[in-house]
Design a protein around this ligand. Sequence first.
Ligand SMILES: N[C@@H](CCC(=O)N[C@@H](CS)C(=O)NCC(=O)O)C(=O)O
Length: 217
Amino acid sequence: MKDNPVLYNYFRSSTSVRVRIALNLKNINYEYIALHLRKKEHQSDEYLKINPYGLLPTLKFPSGIILNQSLAILEYLDEVYPTPSILPLNPIDRAKVRSMAYAIALEIHPLNNLHVLNHLKDDFMADEVKIKSWFSKWVHKAFSPFEKILENDKEGGYYCFGDTPTLADICLFSQVVNNVRFDVDLSKYPNINSIYERCLTNDAFIKALPKNQPDAE
Ligand SMILES: N[C@@H](CCC(=O)N[C@@H](CS)C(=O)NCC(=O)O)C(=O)O
């Protein structure tokens, strides 16, 4: 256990889901430390020392290396534990996969983060209906073109790119898990849904689901 990295995370956090999937895919054992977002445990002085942004997840290695920002963690893991790879070999293909992953991680997630939703609730008096509508708006804005890209990809495999999971599937899956909680209607996205279903047949994804974590409520 002492040689394993430590993951500071929260069962429901979609950025935590991303890192858990990559650790599982690469068969890396890790210690799970839960920080409760609603109880603001991610804002404690102790946690801010290892992640000054006060966001989850953080991955800490026995060597003392501390990494935050889920995409940076995923790419680091892929460089240091290259098998199985979550990025294709060819630079153009890598760029395509990153482009899909960023569409989720950079266009949707920052607008739907807990502190953004709390700001809408506390400072703009948004009720639950409005919060859900806000959340859905940013999902659809990125999911509609994402679905078209998948639709037009005539060589499409089982996953976003080819027949093995990549960074794109990791981000897409984690976002879909979050969408379900906010009642986002995903019926218009058959290709996205089939990739999500495919991920649900993969143990690395199943093990990373919020309901399968020790702090699940
Ligand atoms: N870009 C960061 C975002 C991290 C992030 O926003 N994490 C969320 C959980 S999914 C969080 O810690 N939210 C706390 C808050 O909003 O107060 C990453 O990918 O790691």
